[in-house]
Design a protein around this ligand. Structure first.
Ligand code: SAM
Length: 236
């Protein structure tokens, strides 16, 4: 039996899970995360779920191969619809677009109200997801960011709070308050790339002057302003 070797992305996701958590691995696919969490003693119990039969069968085979049928349940489920309230205290959702993630989190209010921790790794609309988790009563407690195979990934741990301390500013929602405060190196690379990209687009737009290109240019100039504001966190 092969030991599970997680990619850097998945390792960073798993590192955010609180020890002893009861976790729903939503959109588990191969169930590598579920298996790793049990084998490494991170999670006490896992429900590995997927909306598609193919991935769930793959998950079942892998779980069986690792002899973990007693610790990991598998379940065909659209998001968290088939979870029972209180069955888990942590929802782990990784490798999906932000809008789908928000739809999943909105899909079963009773389950969500019994959850104390979210570990999320959205692939798009990151700023929107940050705002969304705050709107449903969770505080962004810890963030991580890394590059793998030329792609940038961000993952965060959110905890339920009665009084959520919100990020509050567009800059923080856009780049992650804790990542900026940590002077996260992956984020620095991301911002520099974003700024270079915006500058090169503006240069191209200048070649085709019109009201429309001027409007688009303004949007890219705003991006540059955000980048410059963010880069100030790395000074000194
Ligand atoms: N979580 C793993 C990771 O990060 O490597 C797998 C990510 S894979 C790209 C996305 C998985 O989510 C697929 O297995 C897909 O079938 C599943 N999925 C998509 N929509 C879903 C939904 N609404 N509910 C549950 N699973 C879903």
């Amino acid at each position: 039996m092969k030991e599970i070797q997680l990619s850097n992305r998945l390792q960073a996701v798993v590192d955010l899970v609180s020890k002893g958590a009861k976790v729903a691995d939503v959109g588990c696919d191969h169930a590598y995360i579920s298996i790793y969490m049990i084998e490494q003693g991170i999670a006490g119990h896992v429900v590995a779920m997927d909306v598609n039969k193919g991935p769930l069968e793959r998950a079942k085979d892998n779980i069986k191969e690792h002899g973990l049928n007693d610790q990991i349940e598998t379940r065909l489920s659209n998001g968290i619809k088939e979870l029972n309230p209180g069955e888990v205290n942590t929802l782990l959702i990784a490798g999906m677009g932000g809008p789908l993630m928000e739809e999943i989190l909105s899909g079963n209010e009773e389950v969500l109200s019994n959850v104390s921790e979210l570990v999320l790794q959205p692939q798009s609309e990151i700023a929107h997801v940050r705002k969304f988790v705050e709107s449903i009563g969770f505080e962004l407690e810890q963030e991580q960011m890394l590059w793998e195979d030329g792609k940038c990934y961000v993952m965060f741990k959110c905890v339920r709070k009665e009084n959520v301390e919100k990020y509050g500013t567009e800059l923080f929602y856009r780049y992650g308050k804790s990542l900026l405060e940590q002077k996260n190196v992956a984020l620095l690379q991301y911002i520099q790339k974003e700024k270079d990209n915006a500058e090169s687009i503006i240069e191209k737009l200048k070649l085709h002057p019109s009201q429309r290109t001027r409007d688009i240019m303004e949007e890219w100039k705003q991006t540059i302003q955000f980048c410059e504001e963010a880069l100030r966190y790395y000074e000194g």
